[in-house]
Design a protein around this ligand. Structure first.
Ligand SMILES: [Zn+2]
Length: 303
């Protein structure tokens, strides 16, 4: 199994009911999509992510009182709090700061998750990805999607239920496939219109109702670049909190067709020799793990 950023830490036990007696807790506090961290000075090392110009040399998730009301580690009244579970026995909470929350105390800052990759402790980084998705889900399901009545959090599981019509909303995860197409000693990479300049990646798209993951791979590749593929095989999966996906990565073989990039979706796509790859996404994403693994294998085959 490939270890992936955002994977649940091995010593994390998810839960919805906080322990009654804990005195310390980890606080994953978000303001929009930025996490509250205690922050060191900028790192002199260049960032491995084209989307992140400067990374801090270190960052820490704040540890505060176990219960917000008893020992409030925050300087504002949070818009919402959710108990996440325990990491090695330490309770973990997620909270959302209201838009009007003032600047954080000295030495603290709101930072994007991308900036914090490989800066924050791996387990804390993964839980931050879980926390932002649950905060987002909780905020978006305050009202019943069927009848508009305010919903209530269920005490025994992660769900919000409508007291009027009983519609239950569970945290939503949107599955998306990623496909790396092989042809001889080359792989097919493309770039979207919003990619950093020069960066290429594997193709990706959301799974539609009624299709298998393999059917989705074949459809997405044909739609995005006009190429038919076969021998679709599983690589690995990764929780992806931007905003709520599960990325499921596959390798497949080219069968037929010339590259025709889909207008609006794919700005450019090409076959790349595995010895001469373009700029690639950072190691935060399964895309990079997939490309590195397959290209490495293909180079070894050639040697
Ligand atoms: Zn309802």
């Amino acid at each position: 199994m490939v270890e992936m950023p955002f994977n649940s830490p091995a010593d994390f036990a998810a839960g919805v009911a906080p322990p009654a007696d804990a005195t310390r807790a980890l606080w994953f506090v978000f303001k929009a999509d930025r996490l509250l961290v205690e922050l060191g000075p900028p790192s002199p090392q260049p960032s491995g992510d084209l989307r992140v110009p400067v990374r801090p040399s270190w960052a820490r998730v704040p540890v505060g009182g176990a219960l917000l009301k008893n020992n409030n580690p925050l300087w504002f009244e949070p818009a919402r709090t959710l108990y996440l579970g325990a990491l090695g026995g330490l309770p973990c909470w997620a909270a959302e700061a209201p838009v009007e929350a003032g600047p954080p105390p000295a030495g603290h800052a709101w930072e994007s998750l991308r900036t914090l990759f490989s800066v924050l402790d791996d387990a804390h980084f993964a839980l931050a990805g879980r926390a932002i998705q649950l905060v987002d889900w909780d905020r978006n399901h305050r009202y019943c999607g069927r009848c508009g009545t305010p919903t209530e959090a269920k005490a025994e599981e992660r769900a919000r239920v409508c007291p009027a019509c009983r519609l239950t909303a569970y945290p939503r995860i949107s599955p998306a496939v990623m496909a790396l197409v092989r042809r001889g000693g080359e792989i097919l990479l493309g770039r979207g219109p919003h990619f950093p300049p020069g960066m290429y990646s594997a193709l990706a798209g959301f799974v539609e109702p009624g299709e298998t993951l393999e059917q989705c791979v074949a459809r997405e590749v044909e739609e995005e670049v006009g190429v038919k593929v076969s021998r679709i095989r599983y690589f690995a999966s990764q929780p992806w909190p931007f905003p709520n996906s599960l990325m499921i990565a596959f390798v497949c073989d080219w069968v037929s067709g010339d590259i025709r990039p889909q207008a609006g979706e794919i700005e450019a796509a090409d076959w790349f020799d595995v010895l001469q790859l373009p700029k690639l996404p950072s190691k935060i994403s399964i895309a990079r793990r997939l490309i590195d693994a397959v290209a490495g294998e293909m180079r070894a085959e050639r040697a």
